[in-house]
Design a protein around this ligand. Sequence first.
Ligand SMILES: [Zn+2]
Length: 97
Amino acid sequence: MKCDRQKIVEYANSALDTREMLDFEEHLKACQDCSKNLQKITKINDLLSAWSEKNELGKDFDNKLVNKAVSMMEKQDMKKAILRPIWRVAVGLQVCW
Ligand SMILES: [Zn+2]
């Protein structure tokens, strides 16, 4: 299995099916890069949800963020990813990677 950023994002959001998840966990054990990236994504996820709770962001803000993430994903031709709840990570990736 090769390194696959998209898989890391999906794994962090529990969007993989069981087989893919197990395969990816095997890869994680052997691959420091992916473990590090997974930690990064998990941290971004946590920070973002803590931040939005703390600031009691309204629906409007969420929608703007989602729209931004969706247009980002369309640019990257990842339309199927829109169906999955990865927009928080997508926004985080833009900031950190
Ligand atoms: Zn890897």
